[in-house]
Structure formats: structure tokens, C-alpha cells
Design a protein around this ligand. Sequence first.
Ligand code: C2E
Ligand code: MG
Ligand code: MG
Ligand code: MG
Length: 277
Amino acid sequence: RAKDGGRGEMRIFEPRMDEKIERERELASEMKGALERGEFHLAVQPIFDLAGERITAGEVLLRWTNRRYGPVSPAEFIPIAEDNGLIVAIGGWVIREACRVGRDWGDVTIAVNLSPIQLRSAELPSVILGALASSGLCPERLELEVTETVLLNDIEASLTALDAINRLKVRTTLDDFGTGYSSLSYLTRFPFQTLKIDRSFVTDLERNPASVAIVQTIIDLAQKLGMRTTVEGVETQAQLDQLRRTRCDSVQGFLLGHPLPVDQFGALFRERSLRPA
Ligand code: C2E
Ligand code: MG
Ligand code: MG
Ligand code: MG
């Protein structure tokens, strides 16, 4: 197999790698002028209380539509922006824009994702302060989401950065919990107010009864430590029914609501809050 496959496979493989590297290079270069050209915009996904009645928060998700490549997924462009350092400028824009558009939504938390590079950049506190000041958003309504894999690399720097954020009265969320190098000790070591349990557990809920027990244990521990819990990636009613038994605080996922254009999210939130309970 190796004998007849060897060279042929290489010939198929090489152009693909080239294409991927070439695309990355092109995207990195396109990204340089993208903020100025206004190619970024925000989408907001509603986060609901467990009953599915009240919107408690909106997660801000960055969208990029490039003049040449069209829509590019954050899963593809965020790593590139982290590599070339543009994530600091782009992420700063996201924080400012999120505060600006979210200011008038009412009593809803605005959750913004933070790259590890942003978390450790010295300018982060002043970026946050500036965004709060120019928008007039109260700090308690802003919540910054950090992925756990980040924290391990440099525990001291992560702790210092998280403390600095919390001192501004801005809350922090541990995102994607349960992926990568998860450890329950994170929950006691880092000062997060919210724990967001990764979609992978939810995918498993219907098939594997053990994952119900795992999710329940994580939620119980988080709550004992005074953290709120959100479960992300809820796609089916059966998953939601299972989760209702766990008594997590909030749920997020395509079943309850997809990421929406900023205006539509604002309208949805207003409509929901006006409706009598
Ligand atoms: P995340 O922070 O975990 O965000 C949730 C992702 O899951 C979003 O993908 C959302 O559209 C998707 N999602 C929500 N509900 C469901 C569901 O029920 N099923 C499935 N299959 N997916 C669901 P998106 O928008 O493509 O973002 C992917 C990741 O990119 C985010 O994961 C986050 O890590 C990163 N990202 C997005 N915006 C930003 C940003 O402004 N800054 C930084 N640093 N990272 C960002
Ligand atoms: Mg997130
Ligand atoms: Mg997540
Ligand atoms: Mg994720």
C-alpha cells in the first residue's frame, strides 16, 4: 500500500497544504486593512435562563466578511490574528463595539470572548475602561469569556490579568470547560464568576447516561464555589430536558437561539422583556 500510495498521496497532499498555507498568508494580509475597511461586524447569540423564558445574556461573536474571500469563520481567522498579533487591535474593537451597541439593550449581560493574547496584553484594563467610559455601559453588564487552555501556560500572568478585570467590576467566564486539559482545580484557583460547560458534554447527553452525572457534578461543584453555570451547544429538546434536571443557571444553543445580527438581538431582547411574565 505504501508502495503504490506513497508518491501519489504526496502529490495529492502537497497542493492541499500549499493551498492552506497560501490561504492563511492571504487572509493574514487581508486582515491588515480589514478593520479600516469595516469588514468586521458582530453577531449576538441569546443565552437563556433554564426555563427558556428570559434572556439573561448575549454572547458577542465576531464575524468577518472579506472583500476577496467572503465570510471567514472565527475558527479560521482568530488563530491567524493571534499569530500575527492583530488580535489585540481587532479584539479591542470588539470590546468597544460590544459596549457601544449593548449599552441600550437593557438589563442583559454582554459576554465578549477574549483571546489569551489579549488577556495578557498590558493594555487590556485601559481598553476595557475606555470602552466602558465611551459607551456608558455599566461594568457589571460586561462579562469576558476566557478559554481554559489559555490559563495553564502562565498561571501567574493569567491570575493577575483576571484580578485586574474583576477589579474593574467586570465579570469573567471560564469558557469551553471540559475540553482540552480541564481540571476541576481551575475552579478553585481562578476567580471566575461563571462557568460555561462545553458543547461536547451536551452532544453526549442523550447517548451516555454517565455524561449526565459528569455535567451534574461539575454544576454542583461550581455552584458550591459560588459560580453561575451556563451550558452551551444545546441543539435538541431532549438535551434541554436532561439539562433541566441538572439545575444549571443558563442555557445557550441553536435550539434556543442562533447568533443574530446586533439589531435583531436588541429587538428580540426588548420584545421578550416587554411581554408580561
Ligand atoms: P465560543 O466562545 O465557544 O462560542 C460559541 C460558538 O459555538 C459560536 O461559534 C456559536 O455560533 C457556536 N454555537 C452556539 N450554539 C451552538 C449549538 O447549539 N451547536 C453548535 N454546533 N454550535 C453552537 P462561532 O461564532 O463560529 O465562534 C467560534 C469560536 O470563535 C468561539 O467559540 C470563540 O472561541 C471564537 N470567537 C468568536 N468571536 C470571538 C471574538 O470576538 N474574540 C475572540 N478572541 N474569539 C472569538
Ligand atoms: Mg465564548
Ligand atoms: Mg464556548
Ligand atoms: Mg468554543
